[in-house]
Design a protein around this ligand. Structure first.
Ligand SMILES: [Fe+2]
Length: 292
């Protein structure tokens, strides 16, 4: 009994600590986005906060906890940048990058959309379809962000490139320069995956976030020539490993527990319902974290 209440208070304490770090990061990030002076000292402070936050979050063993932490309530732009930073950092670690490289990717994720601070806010939150001109104006955030970071002088060349290239796609269908896979930096490819994942799973003013499993399936299909296929493979496998023990709902409404992730087909794991094992590939789930 005492042990249970102690672990409950420890969880509550860790939750509060994470929340405080998240708010602090958000406040610092707003200053960088809206302050035209040199950002060297602010960047150092944000790096301190975000690196602690990432460390806290990467210790999260369960997907349900991670997804919950990524949905902090605030302006989407800041939440998105922090979310992308955390996911990119995890992916960089899973890809065995060095600590210094992971730090670069973490910082790149944090400021990848900084160009949006120079785009009309009404356009960014406009519900419904955009005209060609409006879409072109939004696409400019990549170039504006790159120029802003470069002129500031506090950021490495790699970080600047992540802002410029995170919407480029390997088959040349991305923007702003329609680069092909071999022309896009390795770090930018990491940010692209984290960006797509966080955007698709998040609630927006004009639509609800998609189910986690649907997003992974879509990303797997989309990886064909667009997102880096090897990175996608690692990303899906590692994220699915975090969902072991989670509850999920099958398409037929049955609630199951995820037991085992086959490495060759991680989106179709072995699940259990009422002590019965189910391994049928047709039994696809939707939602997992919302049921926990
Ligand atoms: Fe972007």
């Amino acid at each position: 009994m005492i042990v249970a209440s102690l672990s409950q208070s420890l969880r509550a304490y860790q939750g509060e600590k994470k929340e405080a770090l998240m708010l602090q990061t958000m406040t610092e990030l707003k200053q960088i986005f809206h302050n035209d002076q040199n950002h060297r000292s602010e960047i150092r402070r944000v790096e301190t906060y975000i690196l602690s936050l990432v460390k806290e979050m990467s210790e999260e063993k369960h997907l349900a906890g991670l997804m919950h932490d990524l949905q902090v309530k605030d302006d989407y732009t800041y939440r998105h940048n922090i979310g992308v930073s955390i996911i990119s950092s995890m992916l960089a670690k899973w890809l065995n990058l060095t600590d210094e490289e992971i730090n670069q990717v973490t910082l790149g994720g944090l400021v990848h959309d900084i160009g949006k601070a120079r785009i009309d806010k009404n356009l960014l939150t406009k519900p419904g379809a955009l005209s060609n001109e409006e879409y072109s104006a939004i696409k400019l955030h990549t170039i504006l962000g790159y120029e802003f970071l470069k002129e500031d002088g506090s950021f490495s060349k790699e970080v600047c490139l992540m802002a410029l290239e995170h919407h480029e796609r390997g088959d040349g269908t991305g923007y702003p320069h329609q680069k092909k896979a071999s022309q896009i930096s390795y770090y930018s490819k990491i940010i692209a995956i984290a960006d797509v994942f966080h955007a698709m799973t998040s609630d927006r003013v004009y639509r609800k976030g998609l189910s986690f499993y649907d997003v992974l399936r879509e990303m797997k299909n989309d990886s064909f020539g667009r997102l880096d296929p090897l990175m996608i493979q690692v990303f899906i496998r590692k994220l699915m490993n975090m969902s072991i023990g989670n509850r999920a709902e099958l398409n037929n409404g049955l609630i199951v527990e995820i037991l085992f992730i086959p490495q060759e087909d991680p989106i179709n794991p072995l699940v259990r319902s009422h002590k019965e094992f189910i391994a049928k590939k047709s039994a696809l789930y939707r939602e997992a974290y919302s049921l926990n």
